[in-house]
Ligand binder design. Structure first.
Ligand SMILES: [Zn+2]
Length: 444
């Protein structure tokens, strides 16, 4: 008999691993005696029960009558239940300090990401969209039960032009093409440099091959990158159309990083359907985006953290100045987004060890929106944004508590519809964390 190849050994291990986890899913669980924020409404329900079969919510009903035979019953004690939270802008691979990341092996990065994801799940996030860094292997590791974490919609590497927001090469580093190293990868696999139609197509297709559910491109200047002013437009219309074409051929969309009118106009006019950031946009462009049905996702916590910790984290004076420009405009910007009815899906975009402050975004959003609006942004609105990946969403509906949706649930001590800041203390206030019907924390 021929010796078993390494590949078939790995395949055998993978065949057995999910089975152990699937068994746990087969039970019926009832979470009873909870008041439900369902992800779409404004208020809490009467005292209710949620029946979960496998990974799915089977029934939501008033908490009366007999319980299903043999079910595992969890008494919520009259507390609030919400859908698991969704963060539409994370970088899972970047929880280490910058210098650690620059020197880390792929193994270290993967282990750090696993630790990061476990913590994110414990903060209540059952789904995330990674907009640069994680690929399909990270998403698969969660689905296969190899690590505990949120389900992941990965973008692979963010695609950037030379000298763009993804060009984190040190100042004296050689240029990838001139030095014949195709598609230079920046630290933590966060970005890939691609210039010209052919390279952008190849970079996008490479990401999709490795399980990306959407394509991320850098369409304008950024804060943390050293060599591109905020006012820069990045990529030509032809290069943007190349990314859009590759994404659409694969059934999905392009999400672009950009802050200001000129870049956002160019991106929209060449087929980009989602913008992240946009803090320097004027009302005219916001109206244009709304008219074209383009989704804008913006965040508050990252620029505040840069203000607080950026200098110590090694940001240059130029980067700190760029960050100040963004912070100064944020209040007016969010007021305009609200005025034009743009649902700003919850996202945080924190790079580095300060991801521990992810839930501060809830409190900061409370300065601009009602608590119910913020909770919708972190549940059903975030789902709508992620679901633009169409057939690449393998999970169906989530971000709501309704029959047929994924059984992602939180039971919370205190009422976030009255005080969002309680979510900044997830260790104390999250009493139950369930994802796909599997309990990841129970303090009830
Ligand atoms: Zn980002």
């Amino acid at each position: 008999m021929k010796a078993m190849s390494l590949r078939s050994v790995c395949a055998a291990i993978l065949l057995f691993a999910p089975t152990a986890f699937a068994e746990e899913d087969s039970d019926t669980t009832v979470v009873r005696n909870v008041r439900i924020f369902d992800g779409t409404g404004d208020t809490l329900s009467e005292t209710s029960r949620i029946v979960i079969r496998g990974a799915t919510i089977a029934k939501v009903a008033p908490d009366t009558g007999a319980l299903p035979e043999g079910a595992r019953v969890i008494d919520g004690g009259g507390r609030v239940a919400t859908p698991g939270f969704v963060d539409t802008h994370v970088h899972l691979m970047t929880s280490l300090h910058v210098m650690q990341m620059m020197n880390a092996s792929d193994w270290t990065l993967a282990l750090a990401a696993a630790d990061n994801m476990r913590k994110m799940l414990q903060r209540g996030f059952t789904t995330v969209r990674d907009t640069g860094g994680a690929d399909g292997s990270i998403a698969r590791a969660v689905d296969d039960g190899l690590i505990a974490g949120p389900r992941v919609f990965p973008s692979g590497r963010g695609i950037s032009q030379t000298g763009g927001h993804g060009d984190f090469r040190l100042g004296a580093a050689p240029h990838p093409m001139l030095d014949d190293i195709a598609f230079f990868r920046t630290f933590a696999n966060l970005m890939v440099l691609a210039d010209g139609r052919a390279e952008v197509l190849a970079a996008a297709r490479e990401n999709l091959k490795h399980g990306a559910t959407q394509i991320k491109i850098m369409g304008g200047g950024g804060v943390t990158s050293e060599f591109d002013p905020l006012h820069a437009v990045q990529y030509t219309p032809e290069e943007v159309r190349a990314a859009v074409q590759a994404a659409e051929n694969h059934g999905t969309y392009v999400v672009a990083h950009a802050y200001h009118d000129r870049s956002v106009r160019m991106l929209i006019d060449n087929g980009v359907r989602q913008i992240v950031h946009g803090h320097l946009l004027t009302e005219k462009t916001i109206r244009y985006a709304a008219k074209k049905g383009v989704v804008i996702q913006a965040e508050l916590v990252w620029s505040r953290l840069n203000e607080e910790f950026g200098r110590r984290a090694g940001l240059s004076e130029e980067s700190l100045a760029k960050n100040r420009d963004i912070v100064a405009r944020t209040g007016e910007y969010f007021a305009l987004l609200k005025k034009h009815g743009i649902d700003v899906a919850f996202g945080t975009d924190i790079v580095g060890p300060h991801q521990q402050f992810q839930n501060r975004e809830f409190t900061l959003r409370g300065e601009h929106f009602t608590p119910a609006e913020v909770l919708r942004q972190a549940t059903s609105v975030a789902y709508d944004l992620i679901a633009m990946s169409g057939p690449l969403n393998r999970y169906g509906r989530f971000g709501v508590i309704e029959e047929g949706a994924r059984a992602d649930l939180l039971v919370i001590e205190g009422n976030p519809l009255e005080d969002l800041s309680i979510l900044e203390r997830p260790d104390e206030t999250l009493r139950l964390i369930m994802k796909d019907g599997v309990i990841h924390k129970r303090a009830l």
